[in-house]
Structures are given as structure tokens and as C-alpha cells.
Design a protein around this ligand. Structure first.
Ligand code: ATP
Length: 204
């Protein structure tokens, strides 16, 4: 379970999230919606421990998110940022990127598993031999999603996961993520194709 309790996020010039309360149960698929600047990414970033809270708290499985617990908590989370700005060369590098970290090395997927996930995301396995500079924005977004799926963590945090996708790919992605019954998903989106397939919509 993920709990936001009186969560307040303050930057130098503004306070986009004020006294925010929410409980997301295990296995629930939740999506933050609302206009640009309403604080959707800020909440996801706070959940990742990237943004300190001005007030309130965040609890994950009853454990308080804090500098002392964040590393342990992150081991149970996979995160897809709004933009993948990693300095990597090939598609393979992108897929394997999270598995280079010590904590994930033992989770490294084999070729068969990777191909299976690529197929579910409507990507051809030939994409693995391409350079990242040769793939489209929508393909890159699905490759990031493939990594997140392959990590198979109990919690997924997805920031605008379908923003660059055509209809068929957006629906394929939403259905795939929705099929992981045990996985808790917290996302931010403007995309109705995604929002409609989530369990809970939280309007900010
Ligand atoms: N690191 C930061 N420093 C200062 N201000 C920030 C920072 N991150 C976000 N903000 C401001 O906080 C507000 C909320 O931003 P946030 O990115 O959380 O909104 P959002 O709902 O995700 O928007 P979008 O739909 O455009 O992605 C915005 O006005 C933004 O300018």
C-alpha cells in the first residue's frame, strides 16, 4: 500500500501540491490527471524520493519514505520518467540499463523473455540491433516500458507512459500493464486511452 499523508511539495516560487492525501492499495492501478503544472510529476518524483517534502509524509507498505529508507524502498520500484534522457548507444543498452545496477543484476532477463515483452508492446525483435538514434519517439517510449516490465517490481511509477504512442500501441501498453494483477501502478497522464483503463483516477 502507498499512502500520501498531508503531503506538501514546495519549490522556491510555488507550492503545486498542498496537504495531499491518498491511499493506493496493492495491485491498484492509479492515475494522476489534471492540467499541466498541477503537480502530477511532482508527486511521482516525491514518491521516488527525488523531491523532499515540505510537510506531511509518504509511506510505502507502512514504511516512512526518508533518506534512511529510500534506497531500500527503491529496490521495490521501477520508474519510467517523462523523458528518457540517458546517454546510451543502442536499444540493447537501454533495455539492459536498469539491470547494470547491483541490486538488479540477478534479474537480468534472457533473450527469449525480452522478445516476448517486445512482442506484447508491438515491437519487432529486430529493433534490438538498432542504435537509439535510429528509433522513433514512440518506439523509445515502449523500449523504456519494456525495461520497466522486465524488472517486474511490485510498484511501477510511470510518468506519461503513452504520450508518444499511436492508438494501437497505447492500448497494448495499457492492457499489458493492467494485466499485472499484483503490481501497484501509479502514473501521471493526460491520455484518455490510458486513463480509461486504470482503476482509479485522481484529479489534481
Ligand atoms: N524542480 C522544480 N523546481 C521548481 N519548480 C518546479 C520544479 N518541478 C516542477 N516545478 C513547478 O511545479 C509545478 C508543477 O509541476 P509538475 O511537473 O509537477 O506538473 P505536472 O502536473 O506534472 O505538469 P505536466 O502535465 O506539464 O507534466 C509547475 O508549475 C512547475 O513549474
Amino acid at each position: 500500500m502507498i499512502q500520501f499523508i498531508g503531503t506538501t511539495i514546495r519549490y522556491e516560487k510555488e507550492q503545486p501540491v498542498r496537504e495531499f492525501n491518498l491511499e493506493v492499495s496493492k495491485g491498484e492501478k492509479a492515475v494522476f490527471t489534471g492540467p499541466s503544472g498541477s503537480g502530477k510529476s511532482s508527486l511521482l518524483n516525491a514518491l521516488m524520493g527525488f523531491v523532499p517534502l515540505a510537510c506531511g509524509e509518504i509511506r510505502i507498505n507502512n514504511q516512512l519514505l526518508s533518506p534512511a529508507t529510500i534506497n531500500k524502498i527503491r529496490q521495490g520500484i521501477s520508474y519510467l520518467p517523462q523523458e528518457l534522457s540517458l546517454d546510451l548507444d543502442t536499444v540493447g543498452d537501454l533495455i539492459y540499463y536498469p539491470f547494470e545496477f547491483k541490486n538488479n543484476r540477478h534479474l537480468k532477463p534472457d533473450k527469449h523473455k525480452i522478445n516476448e515483452v517486445l512482442k506484447l508492446l508491438l515491437l519487432d525483435e529486430s529493433i534490438l540491433s538498432k542504435k537509439l538514434s535510429e528509433v522513433s519517439g514512440g518506439q523509445k517510449q515502449r523500449l523504456g516500458l519494456a525495461s520497466v516490465v522486465l524488472l517486474n517490481k511490485p510498484i511501477m511509477i510511470l510518468d506519461e507512459p503513452t504520450s508518444a504512442l499511436d492508438d494501437d500501441s497505447a492500448v497494448a501498453v495499457a492492457k499489458l500493464i493492467g494485466s499485472f494483477k499484483e503490481t501497484t501502478v501509479i502514473s501521471a497522464s493526460h491520455d484518455l486511452r490510458w486513463i480509461e483503463l486504470m482503476d482509479t483516477q485522481i484529479k489534481l
